[in-house]
Design a protein around this ligand. Structure first.
Ligand SMILES: [Zn+2]
Length: 319
């Protein structure tokens, strides 16, 4: 009898749910609004509803499901199945696993969303041959997960893998945590790119960004990338700096963990042509050469499905 697994990518605004087979193929999916403002019970109800809907689409009975994996923003207590307060899910202590197990009568496994994505790329994406691998996602923030000996590295209290908060430029801008000056997220995320671009506009570099003439608040990452591609100096500088600091972060990871592979995903990778080479050079300049030599840097393969595939991977790996 075929075995199937459910995965939930839980976000602050939406719930993405999928049913996958043992090879990670997503055979049905459904989505709902999270409705955080309506409380924990409503979130659980919304998740359960998406699972039933996905099962219907897959024409499967619920007893064909072996396990449910959830990728959630952290901080979490994985073994206790608890989501702590985050900026996206404002609960003090949300016992999501217990609540879902009661509703679904199914084993439920919780994982940090970035760790789940790392496992997804390891099992079904760019990292399938690697046992020692790091996944980095660069979007509005920077997150990641570390795979060691084929498994997610959790640390003592499920806090490992906060790649975005490594300090790469002491004294630099902050990520939102006040004391966090010059972390990778503050230097190389999509938010950092926009911040620097707007700063340049405010400083009245009037020719910047191909003579963009809106207010600085209207400038988007896409416009900065387009300007850089057309040779705009101010825009190019931003990507050069972002790539340089990303390379320092990558070098630190290489020296610390000796991975065979680092996989890069997230929306900012759409502009990889503007920073990839600079990042590679900076990583080579800052890492121990012999260790760097063993490590390949490549693009993620799962695209926007990574969260869902990751949650299914969590269910498969521990189900
Ligand atoms: Zn930070």
């Amino acid at each position: 009898m075929a075995e199937f697994y459910a995965g939930v990518d839980l976000g602050g605004t939406k719930i993405l749910t999928g049913i996958g087979d043992a090879d990670g193929r997503i055979i049905a999916r459904s989505r709902a609004r999270t409705e955080v403002e309506k409380g924990e019970k409503r979130i659980v109800k919304n998740i359960v509803r998406t699972i039933h809907r996905a099962l219907e689409k897959a024409e499967l009975d619920r007893d064909k499901l072996s396990c449910l994996g959830i990728g959630s923003p952290g901080p979490l207590n994985i073994s206790a199945g608890i989501v702590y307060e985050t900026s996206n899910l404002p609960f003090k202590r949300f016992p999501i696993v217990e609540m879902l197990e009661d509703e679904l009568e199914l084993p439920v496994l919780l994982e940090n969303d970035a760790n789940a994505a790392a496992l997804g790329e390891k099992m079904f994406g760019a990292g399938q041959k690697a046992e020692e691998m790091i996944y980095i996602t660069i979007s509005t923030g920077i997150g990641g997960g570390i795979i060691s000996q084929g498994r997610i590295l959790h640390g003592c209290c499920d806090g490992a893998g906060e790649i975005g908060h490594m300090i790469v430029n002491p004294g630099g801008p902050t990520c939102g945590f006040k004391q966090h000056q010059g972390c990778l997220e503050a230097m190389s995320s999509g938010t950092a790119i926009i911040r620097e671009a707007r700063k340049k506009l405010v400083q009245q570099e009037t020719d910047a960004f191909l003579g963009f003439n809106g207010s600085p608040g209207e400038l988007t990452g896409f416009q900065v990338a387009q300007a850089a591609r057309q040779g705009d100096e101010a825009a190019r500088e931003i990507y050069e700096e972002m790539g340089f600091y990303l390379g320092i972060g990558v070098a630190n990871l290489i020296d610390l963990l000796n991975p065979e592979l680092i996989v890069f995903g997230g929306g900012v990778m759409k502009a990889r042509d503007l920073f990839w080479e600079i990042m590679q050079h900076s990583a080579a300049d800052h890492a121990i050469p012999a260790v760097k030599q063993d490590c390949q840097l490549i693009e993620a393969e799962l695209g926007e499905d990574v969260g869902l595939a990751g949650a299914i991977a969590v269910a498969i790996s521990r189900g």
